[in-house]
Design a protein around this ligand. Sequence first.
Ligand code: GMT
Length: 376
Amino acid sequence: MNVGITCYPTYGGSGIVATELGLELANRGHEVHFITYANPIRLDPGIPRIHYHEVEVSSYPLFQYPPYCLALASRMAEVAEQHHLDLLHVHYAIPHSISAMLAKDMLARVRRLPFITTLHGTDITLVGTDRSYFPITKYSIEKSDGITSISEYLRRQTVDVFGVRNDIRVITNFVNCDVYKPDREKAMAKCYAPAEGKLLIHVSNFRPVKRVQDCVRILAEVVKRAPAHLLMVGDGPERVPAEYLARELGVERHISFLGKQNHVERIIPLAHALLMPSELESFGLAALEGMACGVPPVATRVGGVPELISDGVDGYLEAVGDVAAQAARVTALVTDDELHDRVSQAARRTASARFCADKIIPVYERYYEEVVGAGR
Ligand code: GMT
């Protein structure tokens, strides 16, 4: 198939899922056209069957807000016509599905161009419920030829909040289990924490919803009982407050802020536990990446996370903001090798059995066939 994919190309779960999906589809012989305003961060250039079309938004003194949504729609229509796209697959409803809808209308006289919208979470739970975006988000969902959601939780939320009647297909996040894999020796860990015991890791876009400061508080509790060092991977508005808190709690030498990293699959396997203390996660891709690497996640019982983690089996779920409980779980994992091995192996098993790319990508392919076939 010829597939057009649009996503936010910067750091964020939806862009990562879209990029990994495109790479997996290209590996399986599809022609994949990314239509975005920048090269998606995990997309290394020069991969066969991957094409990149940049969306340029020209500014003009009259445009206080350059109309990205329209520039994207024009580019989508152009690419679809030139490269005979079978469908557009947009990630994150706002504004991508509206642009796809316009592109579809623009081509309607020439050919059918169905589009699928994948809902990732904040497009529904935060942005979409903002009154100014609510009607257009609802409309874009209703107009999509196919809708997927990354968890059952998000599917229910979408139906409850927007009252839409579309069939919303749950297709979960996935991970490439050959790329994300355990490293039992963890030999490179000492490059990050020479003499400071086990590594902990947090990976996110450092937005308030991630409760990044809880990671610092958890680390501060853990180091009272066992030597540990926390790697903070990513960047965003909560980074500076977290750095400040680390100094305030006197634990700054036990934490490294690594910023944005393109190859987290090389760093995650070095850790003994992954911290995900989020206020909300519709799925929790970072936890899945940790599990595939045999790194047990210590997370919060929110949104779609219980669909991924079985508490006490392949990771832990605690209440949002309960730093003491999360710190106790992490302390147990870094001090009890037998417990760590058991949870680590179960985490890898869950990732392999339910969320590996080779299980999920065929589900997307079948859905593409269904949506494209519906118009024949
Ligand atoms: O919160 C993020 O990491 C960004 C956000 C996005 O849409 O870019 O992530 C959402 O999509 C991820 C990939 O599908 C999910 O794994 C995250 O759980 C979800 N984030 C939230 O729901 C807060």
